[in-house]
Design a protein around this ligand. Structure first.
Ligand code: SAM
Length: 292
């Protein structure tokens, strides 16, 4: 399969965000450039230069309108969700389809937490090598090579120090749209099996209307063409209006659901930024209900 290119694109977008002035950026991800191949790393370095720096993401957005602001708004929203979950007592984080996510090392709130990262073997090997080159020890992070289409997630996670009877947060960011409906279903059942009441799952999904063509989003065509062009086409979506029922059938309750357009308004506007998220790309928090 090879390492995921879309995971690298996410790291590039986070590197662009990290190059923003501190008063404007939504987060700081100093490891992000370390995961990039030479041409993408060059783009990330250019974005840090005075004067020409801001032109780089602007050009990127002209070529590929939509993904970057949506991605960084979703990352910040999920960072905030992780912080709230830790404040609420979660001491375990499972990052599903982690790609080049660096929360385990960049969020101080996670110091002392147990972190399990799951991805396909090739992407994970690339991450392990990049962390080694960056001199970043794994610390409390366990890397598990699991393919949601074929492998047994429950058995793999149970083989670590993860304790299913303690509250956890599962993060499934930027992944469901690349899976088959069967793999999404199976993974949700596995998360449920690994969760005690009160455990939570924050995940992203794309509006099913872009998958079946029933809803028009202006940014969809080039965005979907881009991911298909790198061999990672979108295959799965959900409908926001039926999400609560979909999750309830799988043993979860929906806590909230927002588009990255809405998240963008929350994060970009107070910083005076013109960036806009997208109505097609969405984030949801689900919880395993407590009895009674
Ligand atoms: C767009 S990237 C997102 C990475 C990361 N979560 C982020 O938001 O930066 C999609 C990730 O899903 C992983 N992925 C896709 N299909 C998978 C599968 N069948 N099993 C495990 N991981 C998968 C890819 O390897 C990749 O790391």
């Amino acid at each position: 399969v090879g390492a995921s290119f879309t995971a690298q694109v996410m790291a590039l977008q986070r590197a662009f965000e990290t190059a923003q002035p501190p008063s404007r950026r939504l987060f700081d991800d100093p490891l992000a450039p370390r995961f990039l191949s030479a041409p993408l790393r060059l783009a990330a370095e250019l974005a840090r230069l005075p004067v020409v720096g801001p032109v780089v993401p602007a050009v990127y957005d002209r070529i590929w309108p939509g993904p970057r602001p949506s991605a960084v708004a979703r990352t910040r929203l999920i960072d905030d969700t992780v912080r709230t979950a830790v404040e609420g007592g979660a001491r375990q984080l499972v990052v599903l389809g982690a790609g080049f996510d660096s929360r385990a090392w960049r969020l101080p709130e996670l110091a002392g937490a147990r972190v399990v990262e799951v991805d396909r073997p090739d992407t994970q090997a690339a991450k392990r090598a990049a962390l080694g080159r960056a001199g970043q020890p794994l610390g409390p992070v366990t890397l598990l090579a699991v393919d949601f289409e074929h492998d047994d997630l429950v058995a793999a996670v149970r083989g670590t120090a993860f304790a299913a009877d303690q509250p956890s947060l599962f993060v499934w960011e930027g992944v469901t749209n690349y899976l088959s409906p069967t793999a999404v279903d199976r993974t949700l059942a596995d998360v449920r099996a690994l969760s005690c009441p009160g455990s939570q799952l924050v995940f992203t999904y794309v509006h099913r209307g872009v998958i079946d063509g029933s809803v028009h989003f202006p940014e969809a065509k080039r965005w979907m063409g881009g991911v298909a062009g790198v061999g990672e086409p979108w295959t799965f979506g959900l409908l926001p209006e039926t999400l609560g029922g979909y999750l309830a059938e799988r043993g979860f309750e929906l806590v909230w659901e927002v588009s990255t357009a809405e998240a963008g308004r929350r994060y970009f506007e107070p910083r005076g930024r013109p960036d806009r998220g997208s109505d097609l790309y969405r984030v949801a928090l689900a919880r395993v209900p407590c009895p009674g």
